[in-house]
Design a protein around this ligand. Sequence first.
Ligand code: G3P
Ligand code: CA
Length: 326
Amino acid sequence: MYNQYMMRHTTPIIIAHRGASGYLPEHSLAAKALAHAMGADFLEQDVVLTKDGVAIVLHDIYLETTTDVRLCFPGRAREDGRFYALDFTLDEIRQLRLHERSKHNEDGVEVVVYPNRFPLVPGTCSIPTLLEEIDFISGLDRSRNKRTGLYVELKAPDWHLRQGYKIAETVMGILNQTGYSKRQDQVFLQCFHDKTLQYLHSTLKTELPLIQLIADNSWGEDGDVDYNHLRSAKGLDTVAEYANGIGPWINQIYGGKDSSGQPIINTLVEDAHARGLQVHPYTFRRDELPDGIADFDELMDVFVNDAGVDGLFTDFPDLAYAFLSS
Ligand code: G3P
Ligand code: CA
């Protein structure tokens, strides 16, 4: 499939990954406002559902990695110790406060995942619904005279279905309600689960461009997807039948430096382009650079000028904007 909305952009699009998440807690509306001001072309929404079937903007299907759910609702974890968003109503989720992404270190102390980012302090931000976030971005577009895009990821659709929830229908309902389902130049839909993208394309017949995310098979992403196959010639042939682009991990394009210091770049970008597929890799981080890359500008240089990608997910949209503007 190839249409006017899939033409390669001459300048790669900047997708603010969970907002300007290098500076503020991910998926807070504050992080979205900052990314909007920093010149991002698209703002990312990872979407999961609540117990009462409301689409909320949250990266994990769990709540404890970015909120104070343990304090607010002790005893509400499942047997695996996780607090699933799907076990909480929207009213309950509204009581939670977002904080910087955290983990427990070897001493059992809760610490931030990225030490030089926003500190782990009690937050003032809450989890937005998808509808609230769309209204928020639309309002910013109006006040700043912009036309910023949505880049919506359906999280774990196969898992949601096994729990009795249809996330694709819920998301499409909101995009229909807000008029965004007709804005092919302003919305991308992304998913790791190939069958969900095929369902969006063939059954729900969305007109919106679809991006097949590509994980590493070892990550245990949702559903039974062979990402090594998806990256192969035959796999990309199939992806091109239902999607408009791919979203690979940066290390699936770049493989370090050779003995003369030159970046090793494989053929994935050109293989995708040969099939009319855009390429939007993830995730460009100043504080998590791939092997052999000295700084953010070099990361941009390798992927934009050497590999020729069409867009990029970044936690630091200001740095991407500065590079592309220079
Ligand atoms: O959606 C692109 C990228 O965000 C995929 O990784 O885990 O950050 O959603 P993740
Ligand atoms: Ca995502």
